[in-house]
Design a protein around this ligand. Structure first.
Ligand code: ADP
Length: 763
């Protein structure tokens, strides 16, 4: 809905509703007032009419009283009753003729005897007729009555009988009937003074049925007297109430015609007549109707005025807003040449001024934006040029890269090592020629396939390595570079099922810190394996050959050092001792070399015998006790009391523990502390030897199990050794199905561990 229409409706609503309320209250008040006036007038007229009718009745009673008390008439009638002679009847007729002439209202006079027979009448034809059955006789023989109005059979007009008993000396000797006209009564009832053109007085009495019977002609029915009746059931007609003795006001009644009237009733109890003074509501309320028309005229004029005012108000408010809106639209479309005429100082005026200010501000900011846009366009153009140059440069670089790529591919192709690259899901994205040749797979066959799906690695016993055990897995999952050397003794299965020994280096491909893939570089180490084997066999042979003369030297030097063989000079003894210890070291070295070559040639057989852990460890400790004593070291044995039984090779276990303990004794200063301990957890047993000796420098720890490796501190401390002990330990632990490791905090504490399954499984 438009704003102007809304405003228009709102103004109309707030003006017309109160106007309607006020109008209604005003109308209601006037109606009340007019009705009150009508009622008081009707009530006053009703009272006047009652008084006048009462007066008429009183006149009639007086007239009757006079007529019944005439002594002459009484005497004549008495005589006549006793002796009904013609003369006496003539005298009676004369007397009543006199009475008739004495009053204007009496039209006829009749006298009847107590038996109801008319004995004399001013109307000669009536004499002799019997009226004993008539109501007026029955009533009039007992008392005076002026209420009998009825239609005269002779004249056909309403007539009124005044009847009363003629009493002489206490005895009823007859009845007098004064026939009077009803003109006076009719004219006073038909007096419409103050009652407009519809108002009137109604006089009625109850008829034999209890209905209201009109006694006089009425305004709208001249023949109503003694003919027109209102049924007693029509309780909304006031006449019915009036004849029942009610005196009250009626504001919602209808008259004998069924027309709505206002009425007031009166009752004359002495003769049972009811009086109604009434006026048509339409006439009574005519001033109200006039007032109403005037009011409506005023109302509609006011409404017209309000409509005009509302329209002009809403127009005056919305028109400037409309203009503003259309200008805003133009401005929104980019036309800034617009401005609003400021015609008023009100809110719309303020808004118009703000609008003009806004246009000025927009113009200014547009100018500055245009300026900025021009500057930025220039800037962008320069940048675009720069980018084009960059693009050219990039294209050149790409060309170089492409060239580089071709070169790299050529390098990779000619590389002796096999190279396989995968994405982070281990799916192959590259494989060089060497790899294709070694494995028998073509890159096109395996492109996009998982590396694990076609390339299997097995241990010397032919057991396939699980994905987790594969070096490639560590590279791709943990981002670690892992090398598997010839010593690890892994084999690769080719496409045709053939097997060759392999050395692998798996490395992650990182972008920043994110792993995006991995590269597997591998080579066939069949030749190296053969050379290694030959070397080992040579070492084995040489060691064997060396063992025999070394043992001979040992025996002979012991014999020479034995005093039983003859005394040696001090110098000879010293040299002989050197020979003996040097030979001892050599025997140890040869033993070690023999052990290693046996291991590498797979000649060691691992036994599985029931042994007691504490027993084996105890034996090793006992062997070292003399050296510990000599070094004044403290040896603590901390083992569980309960014997731990396990299935293992006692010889190999002893060798490992000997190595741990002799190293601790050797690499701990005099007076140091060594702890030997065993721990059992579930199905595993862990032996460990802890000392507070020199320890192993952090940066050398990862190499300590390598063949011939000795830490720099042990070298500088001039400790004897070959660097083979721990190498042998690791191999032996492995073949026994266990593992070994250490923790070392140099100068504080070093611990070597051996963990074995309680039921050793040889590998
Ligand atoms: P070695 O004959 O030299 O003792 P091993 O193989 O037994 O050869 O030990 C290798 C090297 O490990 C040693 O040379 C020494 O540097 C270091 N090492 C072994 N055990 C200990 C230890 N308990 N404390 C400090 N260093 C040790």
């Amino acid at each position: 809905m438009k704003l102007s229409t809304k405003l228009f409706i709102i103004i109309l609503e707030i003006t017309i509703i109160p106007l309607l309320i006020v109008g209604y209250v005003f109308y209601f008040n006037i109606k009340q007032q007019i009705t009150q006036n009508v009622f008081s007038k009707l009530d006053a007229i009703a009272q006047i009419q009652k008084d006048r009718i009462q007066e008429n009745i009183d006149d009639k009673i007086n007239l009757l009283d006079l007529s019944v008390s005439k002594l002459g008439l009484l005497a004549l009638l008495d005589s006549y009753n006793n002796n009904p002679t013609k003369d006496l009847q003539k005298n009676l007729e004369d007397d009543i003729t006199q009475t008739n002439a004495s009053s204007d209202v009496i039209e006829q006079v009749s006298i009847a005897n107590p038996a109801g027979v008319i004995v004399a009448s001013t109307e000669p034809g009536l004499t002799g007729s019997n009226i004993s059955k008539e109501d007026y006789f029955k009533k009039g023989i007992k008392q005076n009555d002026v209420s009998f109005i009825f239609r005269d059979a002779a004249t056909g007009k309403p007539a009124r009988y005044l009847v009363g008993p003629l009493v002489l000396r206490g005895k009823t000797i007859g009845i007098i009937i004064l026939n009077t006209d009803t003109t006076a009564l009719t004219s006073l009832v038909n007096d419409y003074t103050g009652l407009g053109s519809t108002g009137e007085t109604l006089l009625a009495k109850k008829d034999v049925n209890g209905d209201a019977l009109f006694l006089t002609p009425i305004r709208f029915d001249k023949n109503a007297a003694l003919t027109r009746v209102v049924s007693k059931n029509e309780t909304n007609v006031p006449s019915v109430h009036a004849v029942n003795g009610e005196e009250k006001m009626f504001d919602n009644a209808v008259d004998y015609r069924g027309v709505k009237v206002f009425a007031s009733t009166r009752y004359i109890p002495s003769i049972g007549w009811g009086i109604v003074v009434k006026i048509d509501q339409q006439e009574a309320l005519a001033p109200l109707a006039k007032e109403q028309i005037l009011n409506l005229l005023i109302f509609f004029s006011v409404i017209l005025l309000i409509i005009i005012i509302s329209y002009s108000i809403s127009y005056s408010i919305t028109n400037p807003i409309k203009k503003l809106a259309s200008l805003t639209k133009k401005v929104a479309e980019g036309d800034l040449s617009q401005s609003v005429k400021i015609v008023s100082k009100d809110e719309v005026g303020v808004l118009s001024k703000s609008f003009n200010d806004m246009i000025i501000a927009v113009k200014k900011s547009r100018e500055s934006i245009d300026k900025k846009v021009a500057e930025q366009t220039k800037d962008i153009q320069e940048k675009q040029k720069f980018l084009e140059d960059q693009q050219k440069a990039t294209l050149n670089v790409l060309e170089d890269i492409e060239e580089e790529k071709t070169k790299t591919s050529a390098f990779l192709a000619s590389l002796g090592e096999g190279v396989i690259a995968t994405d982070v899901s281990a799916n192959v994205i590259f494989m060089n020629k060497s790899a294709e040749d070694m494995l028998g797979w073509k890159l096109s066959d395996v492109m996009g396939k998982s590396l694990y799906s076609f390339l299997s690695v097995v241990d010397p016993k032919g057991k396939k390595l699980s994905e987790e055990e594969r070096p490639f897995h560590s590279a791709i999952r943990e981002g670690k570079k892992i090398s598997v050397s010839i010593q690890n003794d892994y084999y690769c299965i080719k496409r045709d099922g053939g097997v060759f020994p392999i050395a692998i280096t798996a490395a992650p491909v990182l972008v920043g810190k994110k792993i995006i893939g991995a590269i597997d570089v591998f080579r066939d180490v069949t030749n190296e394996k053969q050379i290694d084997k030959a070397k080992t066999e040579f070492v084995s042979l040489a060691s064997h050959q060396l063992r025999t003369p070394a043992t001979a030297v040992k025996w002979y030097s012991e014999m020479l050092l034995d005093p039983k063989m003859g005394k040696l000079t001090k110098k000879q003894k010293k040299y002989m001792n050197e020979v003996y210890h040097g030979n001892e070291r050599m025997i140890k070295l040869v033993d070690n070399l023999l052990n290693i070559s046996r291991m590498e040639l797979g000649k060691i057989t691992v036994k599985s015998e029931p042994i007691e852990a504490q027993n084996i460890f105890g034996g090793v400790i006992d062997e070292q006790k003399s050296e510990v004593l000599r070094r004044k070291q403290k040896l603590i044995v901390d083992q569980p009391k309960e014997t731990i039984k396990l299935m293992a090779d006692p010889f190999l276990l002893r060798m490992i523990l000997q190595n741990f303990l002799s190293n601790s004794v050797k690499y701990t200063q005099d007076g140091g502390e060594i702890i030997c301990s065993i721990k059992k957890e579930g199905e595993k047993i862990t032996f460990f030897v802890r000392d507070n000796g020199f320890g192993i420098p952090k940066d050398e720890q990862k190499r300590i199990f390598e063949r011939f490796y000795r830490a720099t501190n042990s070298l500088s401390l001039d400790k004897e050794g070959t660097g083979l002990g721990l190498y042998i330990v690791r191999q032996m632990a492995y073949v026994m199905g266990g593992k070994t490791w250490f923790e070392s905090d140099p100068g504080k504490q070093t611990t070597f561990y051996l963990e074995l399954p309680l039921r050793s499984v040889s590998r």
